[in-house]
Design a protein around this ligand. Structure first.
Ligand code: PMP
Length: 362
């Protein structure tokens, strides 16, 4: 059997073993065509089938209502930070940003350089230890949109629910938690996510967008930065990231075969409970960095009592096959990313290691 690491990387991150194995099987000769999927035209029937299937699986798994399109774009979620204000901010209309941590802040700063913005809510006073309550979000009726970050990958916080913004379009960055649980897409006019955490390898960004928003977008933009360019061409305006979409399609099929998003949520809750219990039951030896009601199902952040102890934790865990537990350089401490493809067994092993480490060092 293949020896696999306990992979808690924050992104790019773990992919399901079954997906890697199927990709390996099809790598040199894709379904008897004598070539790999990377060596043929993106306008071939083989690739078109992958593209279509991946788009319909996103719709099916998330229950995307009629009137939305699923797009596969390039440039990462970071390009969406710019494309969204470029397309949807008009003179005299501001975009409201919900500031919840580093990623929301990046989106906000990018938009500020492009058009009018305002801060719709900020968690700064709490040191970004909690997500704002939905009632704290200032939805100005004239706003161009409200932008929020569903899951803050670095802080380790996640919205439990989403606001109802009425006629004001709601836009969500779901880069680090798309497909981790059932989500009411109808609350959003646009959802975007870089693939490299829950959906596949880097190189493709999924955008789920309401047709009506695309129709209203600014047209005076470079072709590749217009949402309507991609919406009108089924994401085949130019050469797409073929291999990334192919792997994403395998991941989507794996999610469906595992039982869809209800199953994903149940498994993710069971997985993260093991680790949060190890934190909460440690008598203060481990300290969670986020208030319990804002804790993430995807990125678990915690601290130990001293830098020396944290260095020791990293060293010993690495010796036992754990990867990716060091916190982001901006916040330090520990972070365990428990994306969909991280197996329950890895989380159990981590919780056991944490309990053992505490007994030896507490
Ligand atoms: N938003 C969030 C929430 C993220 O976690 C990341 C990447 N870690 C990004 C945006 C930026 O994504 P990309 O690297 O695809 O531009």
């Amino acid at each position: 059997m293949t020896k696999r690491a306990y992979n808690f990387n924050a992104g790019p991150a773990a992919l399901p073993l079954e997906v890697l194995q199927q990709a390996q099987e099809e790598f040199v000769d894709y379904r008897g065509i004598g070539m790999s999927i990377m060596e043929i035209s993106h306008r071939s029937k083989e690739y078109e089938q992958v593209n279509d299937e991946a788009q319909s699986l996103v719709k099916e798994l998330l229950g995307v209502p009629d009137g939305y399109q699923v797009l596969f774009l390039q440039g990462g979620a970071s390009t969406q930070f710019a494309m969204i204000p470029m397309n949807f901010l008009k003179p005299g209309q501001a975009g409201g940003y919900v500031l919840t941590g580093s990623w929301a802040d990046k989106a906000y700063k990018e938009a500020k350089g492009i058009g009018e913005t305002y801060v719709a809510a900020t968690g700064e006073a709490s040191g970004f230890r909690r997500m704002p309550a939905l009632g704290e979000i200032d939805v100005q009726p004239e706003a161009a949109y409200i932008h929020l970050t569903s899951n803050e990958t670095i802080a380790g916080s996640q919205f439990a629910d989403f606001p109802d913004t009425g006629n004001v379009p709601l836009i969500g960055d779901f880069s680090s938690d798309i497909l981790c649980r059932p989500t009411d897409v109808s609350k959003f006019s646009l959802i975007y996510a870089g693939a490299q955490k829950n959906l596949g390898p880097s190189g493709v960004t999924v955008v789920i967008v309401r047709d009506e928003l695309v129709e209203r977008a600014n047209k005076n933009l470079p072709t590749m930065l217009r949402f309507d360019t991609h919406a009108q061409s089924k994401s085949l305006y130019n050469t797409p990231p073929v291999y990334s979409v192919y792997i994403a399609n395998l991941v989507l099929k794996w999610i469906k075969a595992t039982g869809g998003l209800e199953a994903m949520e149940r498994i993710n809750r069971d997985k993260t409970k093991l680790i949060y219990d190890a934190i909460d039951g440690s008598g203060g030896f481990y300290r969670g960095l986020v208030e319990p009601d804002s804790r993430s199902l995807m990125n678990i952040t915690f601290a130990l009592g001293s830098e020396e102890l944290e260095a020791q934790f990293i060293k010993e865990s690495a010796q036992q096959g754990f990867v990716g537990l060091k916190g982001h350089r901006d916040v330090g401490h520990m972070r365990a990313s428990t994306y969909n493809a991280v197996p329950y067994e890895s989380c159990k092993a981590l919780a056991d290691f944490m309990n053992d480490f505490r007994r030896r060092n507490g």
